[in-house]
Design a protein around this ligand. Structure first.
Ligand code: 13P
Length: 249
């Protein structure tokens, strides 16, 4: 059976005191037992989050990592550094990393391999841009993004992969994919995994939706049969909104 997951991607937000307040507010809420809750703070707040969330079942996730283990890569962080502070999950392939920091499929492939060989879980993001949606190219784009980065991996790796469909046109825009558009893509992706691997692997993989999820639309989106949760940006910065979203299952 696959996990339901709601993860908050804080992006470059929340300093030390904002992090402390937000985490303490989350801790005082009722955490559902059937949903994995995750927060992805900036690198500088990972340790604080780990400490504050010790003895809860909210997981701490890194937003990025470098594919190399160590060396002359100023400003970068490796999988072993994350593992050293018991951060065992990392987001790879976010559209902001692709578009602002020029991360190509080749770079993402190396990062995924590095994270998996360090025994980390990977939340792998993919999704089409607006013009690709309008041109009806979105299945092809998503197919390529997954094929180029993930489909060479041995099947045994897939137990450590979580997918996040994030149509770029819905990120931070207030415009959300409809529940039908999300479900349609998630089913397409699950079928791709079945065709490239197996029915069992496709049924066990959690596929999250991301892009302007908020308390008012979470329930409807999560109702999709192949939608196993969400990767939440803006709304995860507000404790009440994030709590409402992860309570929407
Ligand atoms: P928003 O929820 O702010 O649209 O961001 C989505 C996202 O990019 C999560 O990774």
């Amino acid at each position: 059976m696959r996990d339901n997951i709601v993860a908050g991607n804080w992006k470059m937000n929340n300093d030390y005191s904002q992090t402390k307040k937000l985490i303490n507010d989350l801790k005082s809420s009722k955490i559902p037992e059937d949903v994995r809750i995750m927060v992805a703070p900036s690198f500088t707040q990972l340790s604080q989050c780990k400490n504050l969330l010790n003895s809860t079942n909210i997981s701490v996730v890194a937003q990025n990592m470098n594919a190399n283990n160590s060396g002359a890569f100023t400003g970068e962080i490796s999988a072993s550094m994350l593992k050293g502070i018991e951060v065992n999950i990392v987001i790879i392939g976010h559209s902001e990393r692709r578009s602002i920091f020029n991360e190509t499929d080749e770079i993402l492939k190396e990062k995924v391999k590095s994270a998996l060989s360090a025994d980390m879980e990977v939340i792998f993001c993919f999704g089409e841009e607006l013009k690709e949606r309008k041109n009806n190219d979105y299945f092809k784009i998503v197919n390529n993004q997954l094929r180029n980065v993930l489909f060479d991996l041995p099947e045994s790796c897939w137990k450590n992969i979580i997918l996040a469909y994030e149509p770029v046109w819905a990120i931070g825009t207030g415009e959300t994919a409809t529940a039908n558009q999300a479900q349609e893509m998630h089913l397409y992706v699950r079928n791709l995994i079945r065709d490239n691997y197996s029915e069992a692997t496709s049924e066990n993989i959690s596929i999250l939706y991301g892009g302007s999820v908020k308390p008012s639309n979470a329930k409807e989106i999560f109702l999709g049969k192949d939608v196993d949760g969400g990767l939440i940006g803006g709304a995860s910065l507000n404790a009440n909104d994030f709590i409402e979203i992860f309570s929407a299952f």
